[in-house]
Ligand binder design. Structure first.
Ligand SMILES: [Zn+2]
Ligand SMILES: [Zn+2]
Length: 173
């Protein structure tokens, strides 16, 4: 029972951690170097430099598995929670939103739909500033995000800079 609680708490904590890393490091001045590859539209090949973040997180989890099995078992369960979060992240972000798997499955309704749209809106802004929705498992209501984008004026600025460059795709509306 305690083990399950550790796993659950870790998954929740990881979302907060991933949100913070995404917002302040990946979109910050020194983390953008890797993350930019994920926001570029014309990436080639199977992998992006941004995938290195997943590698770094995996190394942490592996270290915790090792520490947990030798010294303190709760750490092992923390590592399980991190891995569970990694699987959820891959399923939602790489799979549902970015279609990095060989089949197309766009959620049509419910919470997964909101998550999907929210992350599409994260990618609606060019560059690292003024982006919205940094979480991967929790997403604010889509209308709030749209209002936020309108308030910051970032889409209008962008549209006037190169007309027609951004059009909401058929899955964004
Ligand atoms: Zn981003
Ligand atoms: Zn993304």
């Amino acid at each position: 029972m305690t083990e399950l609680l550790i796993v659950l708490a870790t998954v929740i904590a990881m979302e907060g951690f991933a949100y913070s890393v995404h917002r302040w490091i990946m979109h910050g001045s020194w983390g953008w170097g890797w993350h930019k590859s994920h926001h570029d539209h014309d990436h080639e090949g199977t992998f992006e430099k941004n995938d290195l973040y997943a590698v770094v997180f995996s190394v942490f989890a592996i270290a915790l598995f090792a520490l947990g099995s030798r010294w303190w078992p709760p750490l092992w369960w923390v590592a399980v929670g991190m891995s569970v979060y990694g699987v959820i992240y891959f399923f939602v972000h790489d799979g549902l939103v970015h279609q990095r798997w060989p089949f197309r499955a766009v959620p049509r309704r419910g919470y997964l739909r909101r998550l999907y749209q929210a992350h599409r809106l994260h990618h609606a802004v060019e560059g690292r500033e003024d982006c919205v929705s940094f979480g991967f498992v929790y997403a604010p209501p889509v209308d709030d995000l749209k209002a936020q984008l309108h308030r910051s004026g970032v889409l209008a600025r962008r549209q006037s800079r190169h007309r027609d460059a951004w059009r909401p795709g058929r899955d964004d509306a």
